[in-house]
Design a protein around this ligand. Structure first.
Ligand SMILES: NC(=O)c1ccc[n+]([C@@H]2O[C@H](COP(=O)([O-])OP(=O)(O)OC[C@H]3O[C@@H](n4cnc5c(N)ncnc54)[C@H](OP(=O)(O)O)[C@@H]3O)[C@@H](O)[C@H]2O)c1
Length: 77
């Protein structure tokens, strides 16, 4: 499979979590971002069991100044 990366903000609930479920089978790399780490970890565990992805979880408050640059740096892309 060609490398394809999806970075989903607001992945801990609602529409973001559903985007993650829909994109998981299509992507080689999945990055899940929101503030509630425990919910991101639970979703990542479910997706890992179901699909051949190992989601990268980033717990981050995106309203903080500089947060998006930190996310970019933490992904390592
Ligand atoms: N649901 C729908 O059918 C629908 C349809 C059209 C448009 N929308 C719009 O889509 C957006 C999301 O709706 P939703 O129903 O999915 O809401 P939701 O369940 O409340 O999801 C919001 C997501 O954003 C994250 N989030 C909020 N503040 C954050 C912050 N400061 N930093 C990082 N992450 C943050 C939340 O995670 P944490 O709390 O863990 O940070 C959560 O994962 C809203 O603007 C809504 O109006 C929704």
């Amino acid at each position: 499979m060609a490398a394809s990366i999806a970075l989903i903000t607001g992945a801990s609930s609602g529409i973001g979590a559903e985007f993650a479920r829909q994109l998981a089978p299509e992507c080689s790399d999945l990055v899940l971002v929101a503030r509630r780490r425990e919910r991101l970890d639970a979703l990542a565990g479910d997706l890992e069991k179901e699909f051949s992805v190992r989601p990268h979880v980033i717990a981050k408050d995106l309203s903080r100044e500089g947060a998006s640059a930190e996310v970019f740096a933490e992904t390592g892309y």
